[in-house]
Design a binder for this molecule. Structure first.
Ligand SMILES: Nc1nc2c(ncn2[C@@H]2O[C@H](COP(=O)(O)OP(=O)(O)OP(=O)(O)O)[C@@H](O)[C@H]2O)c(=O)[nH]1
Ligand SMILES: [Mg+2]
Length: 277
């Protein structure tokens, strides 16, 4: 029996740009990647997550996402609320972007961002992260010393940038890249351990393109889970999605060249691929 359903896979990125509205997240994403989000001098311009790919070295790429502006109370559902924080959960590295044009607000904004992340999910603070103070082109005098000291005391790595003028971006990007690689290494190690303990024969995931709009994914465990899932039940679907994330299915499908609207066949079921907006 073949079933058809729509499945929204969550955004998986190397770096999530997290910051208050109007801090320059879209400007930075545009400067670093091929993305073209709307940029405007007022808050809440970006209402859904945006994603872009940055080339860091000849072969190294960084998937960067902008999540809508974080405001006080976001963890309790204010503004874009939890919707976007769940995207942050799926990124490897966090970039806390702070508008530096109002110098006196910097520390306050930093404290707010940390609090909101913590209140939403404490684990978010275990992710690797850096702080970037943006819009330093608005400073009459470049004074970094006091802020550097403050952030060092908080255990933060801090960068001073202008997304608009593209100052300080190479250094920032390279650091983000290194941090994202560290994440990958850790994950691979965990995977190897699991394989040795649990499996004798490797259950390799294969993706085959059947025609222009169809891909077939095969892997025993994945097929078993899809077969057992009841896609009409929210919990069952959620469990399935978590498993997709666990095996990095979306990333692998992307590497296989999946496009919006393509059909993905797993076992006897099929899904239409939709990217999160
Ligand atoms: N002077 C200066 N202005 C900047 C810089 N980066 C961004 N801006 C300006 O700040 C305003 C907001 O920029 P966006 O990139 O839209 O900010 P955002 O954080 O994406 O905003 P939301 O999506 O609404 O949360 C725009 O007017 C940008 O031109 C910078 O480095 N220097
Ligand atoms: Mg924006």
């Amino acid at each position: 029996m073949e079933r058809h359903l729509e499945l929204r896979l969550k955004l998986l990125s190397d770096v999530a740009i997290v910051g208050a509205p109007n801090s320059g997240k879209s400007t930075l994403l545009t400067a670093l990647s091929n993305a073209k989000p709307k940029i405007a001098p007022y808050p809440f311009t970006t209402l859904s997550p945006k994603i872009g790919i940055a080339n860091v070295t000849d072969t190294g790429r960084l998937i960067i996402s902008e999540v809508p502006g974080l405001i006080e109370g976001a963890s309790k559902g204010r503004g874009m609320g939890n919707m976007f924080l769940s995207h942050v959960e799926r990124s490897k590295v966090l970039l806390l972007l702070i508008d530096g044009s109002e110098r006196r607000q910097i520390k306050r904004t930093y404290t707010m961002l940390i609090r909101e992340l913590r209140e939403y999910n404490e684990d978010l603070l275990n992710k690797k992260r850096v702080v970037a103070i943006n819009k330093i082109d608005t400073w009459k005098v470049i004074r970094k010393k006091e802020l550097t000291k403050f952030f060092k005391e908080q255990g933060e790595e801090v960068f001073f940038i202008s997304a608009l003028r593209k100052t300080g971006l190479t250094e920032l990007c390279e650091r983000l890249y290194v941090l994202s690689l560290m994440y990958k290494e850790k994950k691979i190690k965990e995977k190897v351990v699991i394989t040795m303990e649990k499996e004798e024969t490797p259950d390799i995931l294969r993706i085959v393109r059947i025609d222009e709009n169809t891909l077939r994914v095969s892997q025993k465990e994945l097929e078993r889970r899809v077969e057992l899932s009841d896609v009409k039940r929210y919990r069952s679907l959620k469990e399935l999605r978590n498993y997709f994330d666990k095996i990095d299915l979306e990333k692998q499908l992307k590497q296989a060249g999946i496009k919006e609207g393509d059909r993905v066949i797993i076992g006897a079921k099929s899904f239409i691929y939709k990217e999160d907006e």
